[in-house]
Design a protein around this ligand. Structure first.
Ligand code: C2E
Ligand code: MG
Ligand code: MG
Ligand code: MG
Length: 278
């Protein structure tokens, strides 16, 4: 059959597998040089208080505009950076840039930085936080570190220890994408997270009139309240979802409805407008 189809079809699925590996290799080579070539940039997405709608923080989100590949989605290059451990130097760059940028904001606005397991579990990671704070002059209480449940599955002991060190510095730690991992709730007993971020799949499920998603958000909010943690709903896209989330008692909201991830300059002018208006 393959013969009849002619052309590049002789090896069935093999050519595409090969092309994928080849494409990955090329991406990796480019990613290796992305910092040096100044192709990386941080965007900042506002997080608002669910009741007052005041901006309370921004999450730093990495963007890669490659000279060779154009704009590459984080869904593609972050896993690649993790697999190749390039996330270690890249993450250090992110931490530094995010802290520096936050020093230009009003003092009550925090910055949240995503930290991968590869970074967190690397010996001496809390020292990198100390360094980023010292070099930027950002007070520790203005930095929030976001981690996902997967890190506890990989090495719970080390994760606990490093996160405790980070909290002892005065930084806060948020549990990202809550509800999408596989882990037990045991780690909630050991660590004082400041915030649980409810994954956007639940938020968008609840809005689509899915009673299971609603029940899960309600349960997460109740659990967080009794553990004295706040909750952030991710992925709120319209007024209806914002109302739903507020009624469910989430503390904070993040999503396109209140602001997309934006360039540092735009985040600054948003803050200037908001503060002047207040
Ligand atoms: P995350 O930490 O859960 O970040 C939230 C993601 O949801 C962002 O995707 C954001 O753009 C998107 N988002 C926010 N509001 C909405 C909404 O209303 N609707 C929809 N559909 N999406 C919304 P993004 O920027 O593509 O980042 C994807 C993931 O990549 C992040 O998920 C995070 O896990 C990872 N990531 C991004 N930057 C970094 C970084 O600097 N370091 C590390 N280690 N990971 C990062
Ligand atoms: Mg995050
Ligand atoms: Mg998230
Ligand atoms: Mg997410």
């Amino acid at each position: 059959r393959a013969k009849d189809e002619g052309g590049g079809e002789h090896f069935g699925y093999l050519p595409s597998l090969h092309a994928d590996a080849e494409e990955r290799r090329k991406l990796e080579l480019s990613l290796r040089n992305a910092i040096g070539n100044r192709e990386l940039e941080l965007n900042f997405q506002p997080v608002v208080n669910a009741n007052s709608e005041d901006v309370v923080s921004f999450e730093a989100l990495l963007r890669w505009n490659s000279s060779e590949h154009g704009f590459v989605s984080p869904a593609k290059f972050i896993p690649l950076a993790e697999d190749t451990r390039l996330i270690v130097p890249i993450g250090e760059w992110v931490l530094h840039e995010a802290c520096v940028e936050a020093t230009r904001w009003p003092e009550h606005i925090r910055v949240a930085v995503n930290v991968s397991g590869e970074q967190l579990l690397e010996p001496g990671f809390s020292g990198k936080i100390v360094k980023a704070l010292a070099m930027s002059g950002l007070p520790a209480h203005r930095l929030e570190v976001e981690v996902t449940e997967s890190v506890f599955l990989r090495d719970g002991r080390t994760a606990n220890q490093t996160l405790n060190e980070i909290m002892a510095l005065g930084c806060s730690v948020a549990l990202d994408d809550f509800g999408t991992g596989y882990s037990s709730l045991g780690y909630l007993r050991n660590l004082r997270f400041s915030t649980i971020k409810v994954d956007r799949s639940f938020v968008q499920g609840a809005a689509a009139d899915n009673p299971e998603s609603l029940a899960i958000i309600r349960a997460v909010v109740a659990m967080a309240q009794s553990l004295e943690m706040s909750t952030t709903a991710e992925g709120v896209e319209d007024a209806e979802q914002a109302k739903l989330i507020r009624d469910l008692g989430c503390t904070k909201i993040q999503g396109y409805y209140f602001g997309r991830p934006m360039a540092a300059k735009e985040a600054r002018s948003l803050l200037a407008r908001r503060v002047r208006a207040a």
